[in-house]
Design a protein around this ligand. Structure first.
Ligand code: GLN
Length: 548
């Protein structure tokens, strides 16, 4: 019998519910229990693939090519599992499938309603995660905050599912915020009480409450919440704001959450193992010299737009004993005249993924600066295309090489629409998405970084390197270091005459894990260690850095 943990949010959004869910998953993984997670998103978009990152943060891509909520990135990294498209359910998916069935006449003349038709569809899909993954425990996170109109069908479905599987097989966890009043120096519990009251009005009585707070939560406050919300005192767990999200699992463990869940759900658990994770957190916290890495992108005012990239840099930094300080550089503000002032302080430059022409010339200027000044450069998807465009402009002595995405009439279309994309009209879910094999060419930096000949990486793009230019640019020094197994698609490029200038058509960041940094990020950060800023000393030889 599969077990369920249903997680709801109260008071305000943005309290770190996704990290809490992932950390709960880690508590179980640490006890040898298999876990899957599913995010239930109330919005009507089918998936966040069509949403502006300013609305929704990064779009995370799974192995099987689903464009999903960024919380799936937290789940994958912290629980250390690969999830699939079933792990992100949206109202858009639920309604469109129910309506499509109605059009096919499957409901035999019945009136289609939120209860039971929409709720049945939600329950079937959550149960589907259990069947598909075979996980012993499925954690389902209801997006949004209790009281939102949009998430009511999800709360109702969860309530029904809880009843169907029985109290021994399901727990409710509510994640809230305890606001702090500076004037009186108090943490306030009333919003939590009210939010639980609202939850109860939908028939959901939480078994545990995680209380996010910027300050220590006293036993008095804990007891008060337990009393007013009718939860066992040990079920009230403070979720203190922390310096690193990777310390949350251990915080929940120390508060007794792991044992609580094992007991409540009657799970077969082994002794929890925390050695590797504790060591990770210790190394994250160890004081270390910081590297400055410039991320050049369009959505830099909201760093969540590049969440997985930031985490991947941190993972590689931890392994190589360096802290990472990110300079968020708005590509729209960069040009050839100011690029030096903007990037002079960076040990390395990463040009971010993106769509459309806005900011493209700034990204090209950043790539040029990196090439000319031999600054380590990692081109991520669009960043690889930018690197190719910049190199072509220089090596072919033309100033209008471009991607046909940015200039459909360019005389030198070094990046062009993929053949399979030419007749695609719909925008949602139609890119080249998910994991594809990539063959690495021996003797290249990419091959050395991976130490492998065949790798699988996740994609999200419509445009690609134009093979018409492969030979010419190759001869001029742009090395093709990774290709699709049939050799037709260029997946990785690098410059011969440069310490580290590498671009990948895929997004390496999606596969980086805290205890297993991605090879390209690791090689990039190692190269950054070798590139001092003005007046900075290099402290560690490259071979040593790579060996760590
Ligand atoms: N816009 C480019 C393409 O579609 C790059 C996409 C990306 O960076 N994810 O190919």
């Amino acid at each position: 019998m599969a077990k369920y943990i249903f997680v709801t949010g109260g008071v305000v959004s943005g309290v770190g519910k996704g990290v809490a869910v992932a950390s709960i998953g880690r508590l179980l993984r640490a006890r040898g229990i298999s876990v899957a997670a599913v995010k239930l998103d109330p919005y009507l978009n089918v998936d966040p693939g069509t949403m502006n990152p300013y609305q929704h943060g990064e779009c995370f891509v799974t192995e099987d090519g689903a464009e999903t909520d960024l919380d799936l990135g937290h789940y994958e990294r912290i629980i250390d599992v690969n999830l699939t498209r079933s792990s992100n359910l949206t109202s858009g998916q639920v309604y469109s499938s129910v309506i499509a069935r109605e059009r096919r006449g499957e409901f035999l003349g019945g009136t289609i309603q939120v209860i039971p038709h929409i709720t049945n569809e939600i329950k079937a899909r959550v149960r589907g995660v259990t069947t598909e993954t075979g996980a012993e425990v499925v954690i389902a996170e209801v997006g949004g905050v209790t009281g939102d109109i949009e998430n009511l069908p999800f709360l109702e479905a969860v309530r029904q599912l809880h009843r169907e599987v029985g109290t021994d097989n399901a727990v409710y966890i509510h994640v809230t915020l305890l606001p702090y009043l500076h004037a009186t120096g108090e943490l306030k519990t009333k919003p939590t009480q009210q939010s639980v009251r609202e939850l109860r009005s939908y028939g959901i009585q939480p078994d545990a409450i995680l209380c996010r707070s910027d300050f220590d939560v006293s036993d008095d406050i804990r007891d008060k919440i337990a009393l007013f919300c009718d939860v066992e005192p040990r079920g009230v767990v403070p979720l203190r704001t922390v310096d690193t999200i990777y310390s949350v699992p251990r915080m929940l463990e120390d508060a007794g959450m792991g044992d609580f869940l094992v007991e409540r759900l009657r799970l077969n658990a082994t002794e929890p193992r925390w050695e590797e994770w504790d060591d990770l957190v210790r190394r994250i916290r160890e004081p270390k010299r910081a590297l400055r890495i410039a991320i050049v992108g369009k959505y830099v005012e909201l760093p969540d737009s590049y969440l997985s990239i930031r985490e991947a840099l941190i993972h590689a930094g931890v392994m190589l004993g360096r802290g990472i300080e990110i300079d968020w550089v708005n590509a729209e503000h960069v040009n050839d005249a100011n690029v030096e002032t903007i990037l002079a302080n960076a040990n390395a430059i990463l040009v971010a993924p993106g769509f459309g022409p806005r900011g493209i010339e700034g990204k090209i200027a950043a790539a040029r600066y990196a090439r000319v000044n031999r600054v380590p450069y990692l081109g991520d998807c669009l960043g690889m295309q930018v690197m190719t465009i910049e190199f072509a402009r220089y090596a072919l002595s033309v100033d209008d090489a471009n991607s046909t995405e940015m200039d459909p009439d360019t005389a030198h279309p070094v990046i062009d629409l993929m053949p399979g994309q030419r007749d695609v009209e719909d925008k949602g879910g139609t890119m080249r998405l998910g994991a594809y094999a990539c063959r690495l060419i021996e003797g290249t930096r990419a091959h050395a970084a991976y130490g492998a000949s065949l790798v699988y990486e996740r994609h999200r793009h419509r445009y690609e390197f134009n093979n018409e230019y492969r030979e010419r640019l190759g001869k001029l020094g742009l090395r093709i270091s990774g290709v699709s197994p049939d050799g037709k698609l260029v997946e990785i490029v690098e410059l011969d005459d440069h310490p580290f200038m590498v671009g990948s058509q895929f997004h390496p960041e999606y596969k980086s894990r805290p205890t297993a940094p991605h090879p390209l990020f690791r090689a990039f950060v190692a190269a950054a260690i070798e590139h001092p800023r003005d007046g900075e000393q290099v402290s560690m030889p490259l071979e040593l850095a790579l060996a760590r």
